[in-house]
Design a protein around this ligand. Structure first.
Ligand code: E4P
Length: 217
């Protein structure tokens, strides 16, 4: 499963990228607003830092304007993925972008029929929002399993990008469900490294090693 960073904070992203474990980045209008920066500048900086897919979201809601915005975003760098909302106009734009050979990420997906339509439109990625479904008392992880089943059954190439993941359990469950990628806020990514038994085990190893008086170097 590829791991994407869900952030438009380039300082934090640079830190995460030092691990060598970040395969791509997703942004959305909320994250761009939070960065306080101009979208084209942030996206360009991110695309220069990370080689993998970088999702940049259109903010228009009508087809014509989405096409214009998407083409402008895609021109920033060759690894830009145009992120469009799962609406009628969004899927029409997805089809048009796909025919032009441009990558797309269909966002705000909350159901199997929506995911089916995104795949039929030729989306490169579809983003089911796990956390936001759970906020409503629905089962976001089951949605990932169901989309996986449907995509495999019909051999769709669209990749499942598990989004709105709020903790490491979500990441584990997304991987078990067979998501192709997961996008994680920086805090969730950092949480993945941690386990109390790792800390405890390391403490014991270090204490025992100190008793030997040895040094490897
Ligand atoms: C990423 O593509 C999504 O926009 C993001 O994961 C949404 O996360 P949230 O529901 O925590 O805002």
């Amino acid at each position: 499963m590829l791991i994407f960073a869900d952030t438009a904070d380039t300082k934090l992203l640079a830190e995460l990228n030092e691990t060598g474990l970040i395969d791509g980045v997703t942004t959305n209008p909320t994250l761009i607003a939070k960065s306080g920066r101009v979208i084209a500048e942030v996206i360009k900086e991110i695309a220069e830092m990370i080689d993998g897919p970088i999702s940049a979201e259109v903010t228009a809601t009508d087809y014509k304007q989405m096409i214009a915005e998407g083409e402008k975003l895609a021109a920033i760098a060759s690894n830009i993925v145009i992120k469009v909302p799962l609406t009628v106009d969004g899927l029409k734009a997805t089809k048009a972008f796909s025919e032009q050979g441009l990558m797309t990420n269909v966002t705000l997906c909350f159901s199997v029929p929506q995911a089916l339509l995104a795949a039929k439109a030729g989306a490169t990625f579809v983003s089911p929002f796990v956390g936001r479904l759970e906020d409503q008392g629905a089962d976001g992880i089951q949605l990932l399993h169901d989309i996986r089943t449907v995509y495999d059954q019909y051999d769709f190439d669209t990749e499942i990008l598990a989004a709105s993941l709020r903790n490491s359990a979500h990441v584990a469950q997304a991987a078990i469900a067979g998501a192709d990628c997961a996008t994680l806020p920086p805090a969730v990514f950092n949480e993945l490294f941690k386990h109390p038994l790792t800390d405890k085990g390391l403490e014991i190893f270090m204490a025992d090693w100190a008793k030997t008086g040895q040094s490897i170097l």
